[in-house]
Design a protein around this ligand. Structure first.
Ligand code: SF4
Length: 477
């Protein structure tokens, strides 16, 4: 039987948002502020922007909190910068500090450089040992700094050449935006773990973790940065280069479609909204649901899949769990008592809809079960007749080594306990998950181009012995 305590720890799903803008004539710092705001779902812990001024100096503004708390829109609107990068981050509890906020800047031998990173370098420990043995002094525990340190060991090369050399030595998941005098650089690892998109409005170019950041700026989505591609955007337009390492296969994070990405984003040509809705449809196809009055969701993460479930099953959808949109991260704290209070303040079931009725409740995933257990108990207080929990992804049984701070297998509910035990602990009358094949079918990309390691333990060769490390994160369970 599951110990309730094992379900009540915090867990972070680490993602970050990166954004870059280049214009031959316009000041773009405010646009980066707006772009980061559109990527706020990928990180709420800190935000930062960097640019190079006319005196060849790096300027950086970073702060803790949401974009509007960390940065001043009015100051950025007045900032004379035509090439700017930015970052939003969410750290684990221990790593939540301003010194870990990005972009990270350095005065490289051949000019200033600033870098913002989404992902996790799986060979960071080995790189750090090698670099420290060569005399490098690390200022932070961030794996992003390893990229700058590797560049510093190429002092005779231009910053762009040094970056290409550095990226040949790193392994794992990364999407980078890098600022240097040669222009704005964006790079995606050869496996393409995390999404990275290119947008354009006239002569202005934008690079963002997700395409949803472009519409706010009136920019159009052009294409994804390809896995293993490095683009350099400068006064000569956009130039594309290939990293000098080949992966042999794509390995896009399937969890981007399940949870991380915003539903209005397009990744690898696939609408996140459509993929998520299809997951809900396929979940409904896997069973016949009788005697259920309505379908509800854990807002917002389960809502799109719940709509798909409702459409497929013919059971009406009700917005029966309400999300308080005005609660900030104040309530997401690393103590159990405050965390539970945070869930209660953020999510609230409607007693009149649940009383004496039977519902299917859809969420995107269960990691430790904290939110599921609390929400189900709140619904029980509304005297629901029956509650059937449906999860629009397979059970999460393995940790992630690619930038998502899932707990070790020993703390993952589905790794330790049977489906029935999980259902009992969270208080649901029944619990079902989407199958792995149904999830990849719903995503619609070739299954061998998707990372599904946290569901099936199928890591890239050798990565199962790596230590999970996150650059940034997002509380999700
Ligand atoms: S292990 Fe899971 S969360 Fe991590 S990259 Fe793969 S699919 Fe995404």
């Amino acid at each position: 039987m599951i110990s309730p305590r094992s379900f009540s720890e915090a867990v972070s799903r680490l993602v970050c948002g990166v954004f870059g803008a280049f214009s031959p004539r316009d000041y773009v710092a405010e646009e980066v502020y707006l772009g980061l705001s559109a990527l706020q779902h990928r990180g709420q812990e800190s935000a930062g922007v960097a640019w190079i001024d006319s005196d060849r100096r790096i300027n950086v503004i970073k702060g803790m909190g949401l974009v509007y708390e960390a940065l001043s829109q009015s100051v950025l609107a007045e900032t004379p910068a035509r090439s700017v990068i930015g970052h939003v981050r969410y750290s684990t509890a221990g790593g939540s500090m301003l010194q870990n906020a990005q972009p990270i800047c350095a005065n490289y031998a051949k000019g200033p450089v600033a870098v913002a990173h989404n992902g996790n370098l799986t060979n960071f420990d080995a790189l750090r040992n090698t670099l420290e043995n060569r005399g490098a002094i690390f200022q932070s525990t961030s794996d992003t700094e390893a990229i700058l340190q590797l560049m510093a060991h190429q002092p005779r090369r231009s910053p762009f050449e040094a970056l290409m050399r550095a990226l040949a030595e790193v392994e794992g998941a990364y999407c980078l935006v890098v600022l240097m005098e040669e222009g704005l650089v964006a790079a995606r690892d050869p496996w393409g773990f995390r999404p990275l998109s290119i947008g354009r409005r006239g002569d202005n170019y934008y690079v963002a973790s997700e395409s949803c950041a472009f519409s706010l700026l009136g920019a159009s989505f052009v294409r994804d940065v390809e896995p293993g591609e490095v683009i350099l955007i400068g006064s000569g337009g956009l130039k594309s280069y290939r990293l000098p390492v080949e992966s042999g296969k794509k390995w896009l994070c399937s969890f981007e479609y399940v949870y991380f990405a915003r539903p209005d984003s397009i990744i690898e040509g696939r609408s996140v909204y459509e993929a998520r809705q299809e997951m809900g449809r396929r979940l409904a196809q896997s069973e016949s649901v009788d005697g259920v009055d309505f379908v509800a969701s854990f807002p917002d993460s389960g809502t799109t899949a719940a709509l798909g479930f409702a459409a497929e099953s013919g059971i009406p959808f009700e917005a029966a769990v309400v999300r308080n949109r005005y609660v900030g991260r104040t309530f997401i704290q690393p103590t159990q008592k405050v965390r539970e209070l945070g869930v209660r303040i953020k999510l609230s079931p409607s007693p009149s809809l649940f009383k004496d009725r039977s519902a299917v409740l859809v969420d995107d995933s269960i990691v430790r079960g904290t939110t599921a257990g609390l929400v189900v108990s709140m619904i029980r207080e509304c005297r629901a007749r029956a509650l059937h929990l449906r999860i629009s992804s397979p059970p999460v049984r393995f940790p992630c080594f690619y930038g998502i701070d899932t707990p070790s297998s020993g703390d993952l509910a589905a790794a330790k306990y049977s489906l029935n035990d999980i259902a009992k602990t969270v208080g649901a009358d029944s619990l079902r998950y989407l199958s792995a094949s149904a999830m990849t079918d719903a995503i619609g990309l070739p299954p061998d181009s998707l990372c599904t390691a946290c569901f099936d333990g199928n890591y890239l060769d050798g990565d199962s012995s790596s230590s999970p490390r996150g650059c940034c994160g997002k509380i999700f369970d």
